[in-house]
Design a protein around this ligand. Structure first.
Ligand code: APR
Ligand code: PHB
Length: 391
């Protein structure tokens, strides 16, 4: 099999790249090891930056997003049993975010690929990418028990953190920057209308809590738990009790409870692999970088990367110049590091580090005080949350 761009992975990065290349008239094939139902059901992030929503619209994937996505003009910060709203449009000159689940973004992009192309091969497991430092890279994959080869001009490694593409960059070239955190998130999906109309980020002496949503009838909630926690260690009732404690306010706000339909633990990690390009291999999304989920940046970074990559491939096709492909890694990394900084700072601002002492606690509260009483600190948070323009 032959194509111009071999895309490994049908998460948001791979699917969006496939869509953008299709619109640019560049042929490609997507190889995904899981089946379609799995990809469409995997619970992940749910907040789209303004630039991400605009990119999806421009790619013709905005119809259901505009109908069902929930525009949000702010978030609430809670600490010391008090509530403070951060108003995004006011602080950023009109920017906002949209709550629309990653599962839905993937479903929309898969549906477009199904009607318009390119081919997305599910249950096609990539075993290795080879010869990416030559003009003729090859992707070896297994489908229906048989080994096959996809020959291509370029490989897009969109295969997430546990994929195989990153391993094709020689160790002598790779530089990894990472940070681990001594806690994780226990997340639940519950059939109950969200107890607040905006996302609530709570800093509490017992640990962080987040109230988010998937729709007007489905809530998504998270609790900070010790690293290594298993979801089964918590009963639904214990989770609701702990959420109620951490989200409690001095006024008459109440947490509504409902049936929990899913429960899982998300590890917390910051990770950047540099460079994001080696020869004819381009890494995009979680294959190249991970952010802790506090800033809701993972999906947005993935879309940002592939917008840059699609533009660079199109430029090469149109002009024969590789200048944008050559600057791909540097262009993406600038935005990636801004998102790493923001996600790290949001995480440190709101979580209870088991190693922290009273000095750290007071610093955290002083930072929150500045954000909730001073315009410049609030504007910094609002700009980080709504995101840098794609570029
Ligand atoms: N062969 C084929 N496909 C693979 C392989 C392989 N060897 N390894 C992994 N994949 C697939 C996975 O099954 C997954 O569908 O690659 C896809 C990677 O998708 P994501 O993990 O969703 O990564 P990405 O598209 O970069 O999106 C980043 O996902 O992790 C969240 O919060 C993160 O929202 C962010 C987004
Ligand atoms: C989510 O809804 O899953 C979500 C929202 C905001 C975050 C992280 C996750 O910061």
């Amino acid at each position: 099999m032959r194509t111009s761009v071999g895309i490994v992975g049908a998460g948001p990065a791979g699917l969006m790249l496939a869509r953008l290349l299709r619109l640019a008239g560049i042929d490609c094939v997507v190889l995904e090891c899981r089946d379609r139902a799995y990809v469409e059901r995997r619970q992940r992030a749910g907040v789209l930056e303004q630039g991400t929503a605009d990119a999806l619209r421009a790619a013709g994937a905005g119809e259901r997003l505009d109908r069902e996505g929930l525009p949000h003009d702010g978030i609430e910060l809670r600490f010391g049993r008090r509530r403070h709203r951060v108003d995004f449009p006011d602080l950023t000159g009109g920017r906002r975010v949209t709550v629309y689940a990653q599962t839905e973004v993937c479903k929309d992009l898969i549906a477009l690929a199904e009607t318009d192309g390119p081919p997305v091969l599910f249950e096609a497991e990539v075993l290795a990418v080879e010869d990416v430092d030559t003009d003729a890279p090859r992707i070896r994959f297994r489908r229906d028990g048989r080994e096959e080869v996809l020959e291509c001009a370029y490989v897009a490694g969109c295969d997430g953190f546990h994929g195989v593409c990153r391993a094709a960059v020689p160790a002598a070239v790779s530089r990894v920057h990472e940070r681990s955190y001594p806690y994780a998130w226990l997340g639940v999906l519950a059939d109950v209308p969200p107890s607040h109309d905006e996302l609530v980020y709570a800093r509490h002496d017992r640990g962080f809590a987040l109230l988010s949503m998937r729709s007007p009838t489905v809530s998504r909630l998270y609790l900070q738990v010790p690293e290594g926690t298993k979801a089964e260690e918590w009963t639904d009732e214990e989770i609701w009790d702990e959420l109620a404690l951490r989200l409690e306010t001095a006024d008459d706000w109440r947490l509504e409870r409902g049936p929990v339909t899913q429960k899982s633990v998300t590890p917390m990690r910051s990770y950047v692999h540099e460079p994001m390009r080696y020869g004819r291999l381009f890494l995009a999304g979680d294959a190249a970088h991970i952010v802790p989920p506090t800033g809701a940046k993972g999906l947005n970074l993935a879309v940002g990367d592939v917008v840059v990559l699609a533009r660079a491939l199109e430029h090469e096709r149109r002009t024969g110049s590789t200048e944008l492909l050559d600057s791909y890694s540097a262009t993406c990394l600038r935005r990636v590091w801004q998102a790493e900084r923001f996600s790290h700072d949001m995480t440190a601002l709101l979580h209870r580090d088991p190693r922290a002492g009273s000095f750290d606690d007071r610093l955290q509260l002083a930072r929150l005080d500045r954000i909730t009483t001073g315009r410049s600190a609030a504007a910094d948070l609002a700009e980080g949350y709504t995101g840098l323009p794609l570029g």
